[in-house]
Design a protein around this ligand. Structure first.
Ligand SMILES: Nc1ncnc2c1ncn2[C@@H]1O[C@H](COP(=O)(O)OP(=O)(O)OP(=O)(O)O)[C@@H](O)[C@H]1O
Ligand SMILES: [Mg+2]
Length: 450
């Protein structure tokens, strides 16, 4: 017999508990438990059920996965070469970052090619979506719109039309009638996703799900949501700058270290083919404390400008600020500078910043941070056409980093004349590039190039 039971769920991570708790044992967040009623069905009769039999892997016929190109190169790249039929993709991101815009643009491209798409929105009216669509340009007739939040209605609509791609905007607004809790709760999100999964796999439809994110930046709702879907993509970026990054964190059909770069404009999201150029735009030349570094976003090297301002302090304790790079790393590198290069920074404030609002945690930026600080400290500019790459160890050694050849190629492509890299990463192939490559092994040796 079916029975109602009260269960408590953590709103942040979906931890389930039979009693209320102040702090979640799963994610350690406070005051996140909410009460939800779940219906447990009685014992099922298993005798007259269709029990599937295991088959040998050899006998399974595999067809090549069919991929639908979205014609948004950056999105295709992150998806691993296009949309896989029958796959479930979760897109998370901060409010207003442009999730709906990206998916609407994708729908436009798909519908123009004749792919039947259904855009289901539970949070916006058709008129609102039309307004956004008008901003993006004209749409074909293959794009259908449905503004509803009931899974039962959606299911019956989907089974009637022959859609190939479906967008759910957003999972937090969808509800299943059998579950009594309100939309966005853990039980609802889990139930809706499992129904969508059955739809996707059963009818071979690609389903895109938009998910809201929590304060910590992960998709709100149960963690199991990320396990249930085939791919998880995060759309991120600085609210003030127009640059948006699309980052794959899970992909059952492709690599996860691919990043798509977009620019938010009045006409929607525009792809950025050359992120380095965008990031180096407007760089001051001949100024002390400014260097160009190279960071890897996925497998793509991007050149960035790193700035440091070093000035005498007015306080007993000098101030250190890091924006875009790790604060502790900057402190560590300053200690290495004091100890290994004999540069006394104790009486100086230091501010380190990545221009353009990017955030990096690539150790290859270490040497660049050191160069910027020394250049700022000595008030001596570094050559504008030099790119600095390398990790710095505590003994002042310059350690090798990954994909240096690619980074040097990017620097050469962008017209830089010199590249300072770790000696251990030196490669004969770099001699054929139109750039002067200097390998350094110790900090003192590197600093002699300033
Ligand atoms: N006319 C415009 N010119 C430039 N940018 C615009 C314009 N209109 C909207 N935008 C940008 O689009 C963003 C909204 O995009 P969108 O609605 O796709 O975001 P979202 O991620 O779906 O948000 P939500 O979480 O609310 O659903 C705005 O934050 C703004 O940056
Ligand atoms: Mg939206």
């Amino acid at each position: 017999m079916a029975k109602d039971k009260i269960v408590y769920f953590c709103k942040e991570c979906g931890f389930e508990s039979s009693k209320w708790m102040g702090q979640c044992p799963g994610c350690h967040a406070w005051n996140t438990f909410s009460e939800e009623k779940v219906t447990t069905s009685g014992k099922k009769n298993v005798t007259n059920r269709n029990i599937p039999k295991p088959t040998s892997l050899e006998n399974v016929s595999a067809t090549d996965e069919v991929r639908i190109k979205t014609d948004i190169k950056e999105l295709d790249r992150v998806l691993g070469g296009g949309i896989v039929k029958g796959s479930l993709v979760l897109i998370g991101g901060d409010p207003g970052i442009g999730k709906s815009t990206l998916l609407l643009q994708m729908c436009k491209n798909l519908s123009e090619k004749g792919t039947k798409v259904l855009y289901i929105s539970g949070e916006e009216s058709p008129a609102q979506i039309k307004l956004r669509a008008e901003r993006l340009a004209a749409f074909g007739n293959n794009m259908m719109l449905l503004c509803d939040g009931s899974m039962e209605n959606i299911e019956s609509n989907i089974s009637k039309g022959h859609y190939e791609v479906i967008i759910i905007d957003s999972i937090q607004t969808m509800t299943v009638e059998d579950v009594s809790s309100s939309a966005g709760t853990v039980t609802q999100v889990r139930e809706v996703t499992s129904r969508l999964m059955q739809l996707a796999k059963g009818l071979d439809i690609a389903v895109f799900i938009v998910g809201h994110v929590t304060k910590e930046g992960t998709v709100a709702g149960p963690r199991t949501l990320e396990h249930m879907v085939d791919s998880v993509i995060y759309f991120e970026g600085d609210a003030n700058s127009g640059v948006r990054l699309l980052r794959g964190v899970k992909n059952r059909f492709g690599s996860t270290n691919e990043v798509g770069v977009f620019m938010m404009t009045g006409r929607g999201l525009e792809e950025v083919d050359n992120p380095s150029q965008l990031m180096l735009n407007g760089r001051p030349e001949g100024v002390s404390g400014s260097v160009v570094i190279s960071t890897l976003e996925g497998t793509r090297p991007i050149l960035l400008e790193l700035q440091a301002l070093v000035c005498e302090t007015n306080f007993n304790m000098p101030r250190r600020t890091a924006v875009g790079v790790d604060y502790n790393r900057v402190n560590m590198l300053m200690a290495v500078l004091e100890k290994r290069a004999g540069i006394n920074l104790a009486g100086f404030d230091a501010y380190v910043n990545i221009a353009g609002g990017m955030r990096i945690n690539d150790p290859a930026a270490d040497l660049g941070i050191i160069f910027a600080i020394v250049s700022g400290f000595r008030n001596r500019p570094i050559d504008d056409r030099t790119v600095i790459i390398g990790e710095v160890g505590l003994s002042g050694e310059i350690r090798g980093v990954t994909n240096v050849l690619q980074r040097v190629k990017e620097a050469a492509k962008m017209g830089f004349s010199t590249c300072i890299i770790p000696k251990s990463n030196y490669d004969k192939e770099m001699e054929n590039l139109n750039i002067n490559v200097i390998g350094v092994s110790m900090l003192s040796e590197a600093l002699s190039h300033i």
